[in-house]
Design a protein around this ligand. Structure first.
Ligand code: KG4
Ligand code: ZN
Length: 341
């Protein structure tokens, strides 16, 4: 089989976004995503509703990905699908669909770890983006995960630090909820933080036993108590201080992330630093990273926005490397709600 003919259909359905992408080699031909608006009114993802919406979306999303890439399903070489971690009901929809289609087309199935895929998104071919070389550090920050990993090879990861409670995306979203914002509030905080004073309010930086681990539940509680106290004194407190609150919360979170990252660089001596995951779209962390790159001679890798939040292109690139390694899934492969790196 000539290298040119490698077309991978990738499917992502680990949480509340249904994604399908087509890759030729390491190049993205199409990357389609259907976001599920239904969860906004509940203030978070409702697993039952998410799996139902995946069932509704998966066929049209895959059809659209094929159409945009101008590829017929008979041309596909393999199908990559998120195996885990994620919501079981959501994962099952993607896995069952991918397995059936792979069987029908008689092509291999590639079972992909969602968190590895976030990191491997850095290897998507894009002339504007530079690619890290091994080993590098990756701060993977999303709604479900917060990790600093040493990436030794495409599928060789060592977790140096991780959250002991909430993920950083949850810290953004839960703070946003306290301030009356819809789910997910992270992008909203980011947008309006830019209009506020990041030093207006000071929030704690919770301590962890392993200095490279993270803890965000204490921060969330501190923000809640602070707001409750201020609102008692002045019912208009949130309204009058909105942008300063957003800016201060974001500044606190970004400072925590950058402190841990600096410790990991000092500990490993590795100065190639990447960020990945939904929260890597945050302008505060992007700015802080570029600043540190200048000051400390790091080499930083910041993904394109399309490859930060959940997407199928990242599953496709991980699938491409799995395919090259001959790492195919069995017919008996199962979805995994928990899945180590
Ligand atoms: O990677 P992702 O799409 O899904 C998971 O695998 O969890 O990450 C979603 C998370 C949400 O918590 C969302 O609020 C956060 O990423 N997020 C942001 C921004 N964009 C997305 N947080 C802060 N600033 C942003 N610009
Ligand atoms: Zn994710």
């Amino acid at each position: 089989m000539s290298d040119k003919s490698i077309y991978i259909l990738a499917i992502e359905s680990s949480c509340d976004d249904t994604g399908a992408a087509i890759l030729n080699h390491n190049e993205v031909l199409s990357n389609v995503i259907a976001n599920q608006e239904i969860h906004t009114q509940y203030g978070g993802v409702v697993p039952e509703l998410a799996s139902r919406a995946h069932q509704q979306n998966i066929v049209p999303v895959v059809a659209q990905a094929l159409q945009k890439a101008q590829i017929k399903k008979e041309q596909l070489t393999a199908i990559a699908v998120t195996q885990g971690p994620g919501l079981m009901g959501s994962l099952l929809v993607g896995m069952s669909f991918a397995k059936s289609l792979a069987m029908a087309l008689n092509i291999p199935l590639l079972a992909i770890n969602h968190m590895q895929a976030h990191v491997l998104a850095h290897f998507i071919k894009d002339n504007e983006q530079k690619t890290p070389s091994f080993p590098f550090l990756c701060l993977t920050i999303s709604g479900g995960h917060t990790q600093i990993v040493k990436v030794k090879d495409y599928f060789d990861f060592e977790v140096l630090g991780q959250t002991t409670d909430d993920a950083v995306g949850e810290a953004f979203d839960k703070s946003a909820k306290i301030l009356g914002l819809d789910y997910p509030g992270g992008p909203f905080i980011d947008k309006y933080a830019q209009l506020g004073n990041p030093k207006a309010f000071k929030f704690p930086n919770p301590k962890t036993k392993n200095p490279i681990d993270f803890s965000f539940s204490g921060l969330k509680t501190a923000i809640l108590y602070f707001i409750q106290k201020q609102v008692k004194l002045n019912p208009n407190f949130i309204k009058e201080n909105r942008n300063d609150l957003y800016a201060s919360i974001q500044h606190t979170i970004v400072t925590i992330l950058m402190t841990k990252l600096s410790l990991a660089v000092a500990q490993t001596g590795i100065k190639q630093v990447a960020i990945a995951g939904g929260v890597s779209a945050n302008s505060g962390i992007r700015k802080a990273l570029l600043q540190t790159e200048k000051e400390k001679a790091w080499q930083c890798f910041i993904p394109k926005y399309a490859y930060t939040t959940d997407n199928a292109a990242m599953i496709g690139i991980a699938g491409y490397y799995a395919f090259l390694q001959g790492n195919f899934a069995q017919n008996s492969s199962i979805s995994k709600a928990r899945m180590p790196l």
